[in-house]
Design a protein around this ligand. Structure first.
Ligand SMILES: Nc1ncnc2c1ncn2[C@@H]1O[C@H](COP(=O)(O)OP(=O)(O)O)[C@@H](O)[C@H]1O
Ligand SMILES: [Mg+2]
Length: 384
């Protein structure tokens, strides 16, 4: 059996526990078995290539990016117990009152963290994928009420554990705090320099390795799952696996959450890197196929609605323009429509009425004032 690390004695809360210190990547003794991932990697790459092609179906890729990242922010937060829904998030963005403000804040924080990483990676003077960048992202992720006291933006300085009520009963005790910086430096090196030229691993396989290693290091007091999954998206971008970030894995990981955790444990306990990599690659293929299906569904809904709008004698320029904004503004008031259209209230109101009359949007409150509208079928498709 392959050894993936060693145990050291660490003490915390007055208890002495065996903490796991992983070996640096890539797996050795033996090296990763190529035949275990070749077919799956090929299928995953193929699914990503198809997804890139299908993005051409819609007039604006911005829509797709807008909804894809919001879905990811929601799902990755839900894995960690956040209760918010897609509707809550759109409502928050529309300025409507939401009951679960803290949950929505958590999702919004993820969006900010993701944006920061993406901007750095895309700008010439920006930070590369690095411990520093991940700490900056962590600072935004844990900003606000829930993150306070969890050392936002900082690597942990104490021993943590996963599962169980105390370290002695934990499912897993990550490395002692004094090992964290060194282990992350090794991980950073693995990302930026292929350690052994003889064994060039496919990018998706490397991403799988990096995510699992990051979770094993568990460098923060909280937010390790979300930053580790953000790292997956960052690496997809860094290694240019997709022209646009339209595929995220949190949906798959949430759907298979117990297997996800079990496979991570099996790397440490049984040396089973192959099992984790296979699980991850199957997840990429599934997520890409699902994203492709979602885009086709949304593209046909929007195209059908547009056709009805263009055929309607009541429609005019303002309603056409408003319609094209809906995918990035699926919940709105007349006032918000007015601002977006940069027009008068009566014109905006008339445009909204046209869309409502055609059944494209529906009014939610039943009130006379402050009426709010929803592009409901679009939200329902996204939530699938
Ligand atoms: N047995 C395990 N071994 C390694 N990592 C694990 C294990 N079980 C869960 N994890 C990882 O830990 C994450 C949860 O860590 P946490 O710091 O609470 O992150 P967040 O606040 O984003 O949830 C999970 O999403 C998963 O990625
Ligand atoms: Mg947590």
């Amino acid at each position: 059996m392959r050894s993936t690390g060693s145990y050291v004695t660490s003490s915390t809360l007055g208890e002495s526990v065996q903490a796991f210190v992983p070996h640096a990547l890539p797996p050795r003794g033996p090296e990763l078995a190529t035949e275990s991932f070749a077919a799956l990697n090929h299928a995953a790459e193929l699914a990503l290539a198809r997804l890139s092609g299908v993005a051409g179906l819609v007039p604006s890729v911005d829509w797709l990016l807008y909804s894809a990242i919001r879905k990811e922010a929601l799902l990755t937060s839900q894995i960690e117990g956040t209760q918010a829904t897609l509707t809550d998030l759109f409502d928050g963005e529309a300025g409507f009152a939401v009951s679960n403000t803290e949950d929505v804040e958590e999702v919004t924080n993820y969006l900010r963290a993701f944006k920061l990483v993406q901007e750095n990676l895309r700008s010439p003077g920006g930070l590369p994928i690095s411990v520093r960048l991940l700490c900056e992202a962590h600072r935004l992720l844990l900003d606000g009420a829930r993150g306070a006291g969890k050392q936002p933006g900082e690597l942990r300085r104490s021993q943590n554990w996963i599962g169980g009520t105390r370290p002695g009963t934990a499912a897993f005790v990550p490395p002692p705090p004094e090992h964290v910086a060194g282990l992350l430096a090794d991980l950073e090196r693995f990302v930026h320099h292929e350690p052994s030229p003889q064994s060039v691993l496919p990018a998706l396989v490397k991403i799988a390795l990096v995510h699992a290693q990051f979770e094993t290091i568990h460098p923060f007091l909280d937010g390790n799952g979300r930053i580790g999954r953000l790292l997956i998206a960052a690496l997809l971008e860094h290694w240019a696996l997709l022209p646009e970030p339209l595929m995220y894995v949190s949906g798959y990981l949430k759907q298979h959450q117990s297997e996800y955790y079990r496979r991570l444990s099996a790397v440490r306990e049984g040396g089973d890197w192959e099992g984790w990599v296979a699980f991850f690659l199957a997840g990429v293929e599934a997520a890409a196929t699902q994203a492709e299906r979602g885009i086709v569904g949304i593209a046909s809904l929007v195209a059908a609605d547009r056709r009805r709008l263009l055929a309607s004698p009541k429609a005019g320029p303002a309603s056409y323009r408003l319609f094209e904004m809906l995918p990035m503004m699926p919940r709105f008031t007349v006032e918000r429509a007015r601002q977006s259209l940069d027009t008068s209230f009566p014109t905006a109101n008339a445009a909204v009425q046209v869309l409502e009359g055609l059944g494209i949007v529906a009014e939610l409150t039943g009130q006379k004032k402050n009426r709010s509208y929803s592009y409901q079928r679009y939200i329902e498709l996204l939530a699938l």
